[in-house]
Design a protein around this ligand. Structure first.
Ligand code: DHB
Ligand code: FE
Length: 280
């Protein structure tokens, strides 16, 4: 049967992708940011999963305000890299796992989560930057990826609790898949940041550190935080953090923190990164 062995969370700052693509990761500005991923790159090379279920948000690259699913899953054989305005990032095509993705779609929908099925989906920095942070610049990505997209760009976003419960449903789906697969779940986005308006550049490190503590040890209390509190405490784009709950729900109750990193700033964002072992 398929197993969920671990989880990763990370911010997905597009400028970090550009720094990798342009060979600038050792610059004075970027070296301290990328240092936080060195441990994780070694860890994943030694603990390579077959499939990563990668929870991310589309930034009006594939979807738009015309069509904006709350939750969507990529069931295609592969996903093209989106052109975000400066041409697509020079990264490999992202290969999916259509059979497992369709199984997850079926199980979660029958579990009463109305996830949108995408048989074509172009993936933007929300998905490709986390892959680059963990895998660097390979010829081909060493894992299959199942994209799970969440609307965090336009009100009404789902609640953190809904994301947490969807994560649990994804867990049940994966554990019922009849093939021996090593699966990781990644939650991306965050941490505190605001890209627009009077508070552009807003960062709240106290909120972020508390969030890092509680997403590991006490997600039940953390999931009560509502949209207004994210807006106030973590900035307008801090709401991306609700995606980490899908990862956390999917990992089961007991996790062990293997690695934690926090750095301010990277572009306009507080970068947070966790690697978790699933213990059940
Ligand atoms: C930045 C961060 C994001 O999460 C994003 O989607 C775009 C830009 C930034 O910090 O610049
Ligand atoms: Fe973002």
């Amino acid at each position: 049967m398929a197993r969920i062995t671990g989880g990763v969370t990370t911010s997905h700052v597009p400028a970090m992708g550009a720094a990798i693509d342009r060979g600038e990761t050792k610059s004075d500005y970027w070296a301290p940011v990328f240092a936080g991923y060195e441990w994780s790159k070694k860890w994943i090379a030694e603990n390579l999963p077959d499939v990563v279920i990668l929870v991310y948000n589309d930034h009006a690259s594939n979807f738009s305000l015309e069509v904006l699913p709350t939750f969507a899953i990529g069931c295609a054989e592969y996903f093209e890299v989106a052109d975000e305005g400066f041409g697509p990032r020079p990264v490999p095509l992202v290969y999916g796992h259509a059979d497992l993705a369709c199984h997850i779609a079926e199980k979660t929908i029958l579990d009463e989560f109305d996830i949108t099925i995408c048989n074509k989906l172009d993936v933007d920095h929300g998905l490709t930057v986390p892959l680059s942070l963990l895998f660097g610049q390979p010829e081909a990505w060493p894992v299959r990826v199942i994209p799970v997209a969440v609307n965090v760009v336009e009100y009404p976003q789902p609640t953190a609790n809904r994301c947490y419960e969807l994560g649990k449903s994804i867990r049940r789906a994966v554990l019922s898949y009849n093939e021996d697969l090593n699966v990781q779940v990644w939650g991306t986005g965050g941490m505190s940041h605001q890209l627009q308006g009077a508070r552009a550049g807003f960062i709240n490190s106290a909120f972020d550190h508390d969030f890092l503590d509680r997403i590991v040890a006490d997600p039940e209390s953390l999931k009560q935080i509502g949209h207004l509190e994210y807006l106030r405490e973590a900035g307008s784009e801090g709401i991306e953090l609700i995606m980490w709950f899908i990862m956390r729900g999917a990992l089961g109750e007991n996790v062990h923190q293997l690695h934690r990193f926090y750095h301010v700033p990277a572009s306009n964002t507080a970068v947070g990164h966790l690697v978790l072992d699933a213990l059940n």
